[in-house]
Write a protein that binds this ligand. Structure first.
Ligand code: 13P
Length: 257
């Protein structure tokens, strides 16, 4: 069975004090939860400080990005090696904001994935179509390219260090969530693709998260879908009450019992 994951992507939010405050509320409230993997992804500048306070908790640390080279003359960049050094477990790679605002290509994203694995970290690879691509019937081709190219040249045995996040661009920060059925359709498609690329064992084990306006009031219906294994949460992960409710999604109708 796949252990569900709820990950909070804080994006460009939270000062050090604000981060401490959020973690101080989340940590004790999540100590008893052992059937959901909980992850937070703060900005680079507070990773080290947050890592210290997460020590006593059940929450794992992720970075939101990395540069694909471990060290060198790359002014302003941060590598997976250095993220490992401060205590990260995961790195989010290929978020649509990075693809769009920073022109990240599938090739570059694939290099980053390899660098994350080389540093002995795990990656959350994001894929997702724009509204135009969905409406023009390009959605499946776009997702296939992003997934296949993002995972190019990856050894099968390393797929247990990869989590996929489906984040339709039109649902991010818009309050417009994909319906549970829309999300399930894509997750089923992505799992079939992973089956084609890596075989049935890997596809059964790979966790597929949904991201895009996940909130306390839609998480239960999303998680009831058989191919949804968790969520990558933006805005709602910034408020302890909302994030906790999402972590404590109702499992009654889902495949996790
Ligand atoms: P929102 O939950 O704010 O829509 O953001 C989703 C996201 O981009 C998570 O990575």
């Amino acid at each position: 069975m796949r252990t569900p994951m709820i990950a909070g992507n804080w994006k460009l939010h939270k000062t050090k004090n604000e981060a401490f405050e959020l973690i101080r509320t989340l940590s004790p409230a999540t100590l008893e939860i052992d059937d959901v993997e909980i992850v937070v992804a703060p900005v680079f500048t507070v990773l080290d400080a947050v890592a210290q306070v997460l020590n006593e908790s059940n929450i794992k640390l992720a970075a939101q990005n990395c540069y694909p080279e471990p060290f060198g003359a790359f002014t302003g960049e941060v590598s997976a090696e250095l993220l490992k050094d401060v205590g990260c477990d995961y790195v989010i790679i290929g978020h649509s904001e990075r693809r769009k605002i920073f022109n990240e290509t599938d090739l570059f994203i694939n290099k980053k994935i390899h660098s994350v694995l080389d540093a002995d970290l795990k990656a959350i690879l994001c894929v997702g179509e724009t509204l135009d691509e969905r409406e023009n019937g390009q959605m499946f081709a776009v997702l296939k390219n992003q997934l296949t190219n993002g995972l190019a040249n990856l050894e099968h045995r390393l797929m247990d260090k990869i989590v996929i996040a489906y984040e339709p661009v039109w649902a991010i920060g818009t309050g417009r969530t994909a319906s549970p059925q829309q999300a399930q359709e894509i997750h089923f498609f992505l799992r079939s693709l992973i089956n084609d690329l890596f075989g049935p064992d890997v596809s059964e084990k790979t966790r597929l998260l949904y991201g895009g306006s996940v909130k306390p009031d839609n998480i239960d219906d999303l998680m009831a879908q058989p191919d949804l294994d968790g969520a990558l949460v933006g805005g709602a992960s910034l408020k302890s009450e909302d994030f906790l409710r999402i972590i404590k999604f109702k499992k009654s109708n889902s495949s996790f019992s």
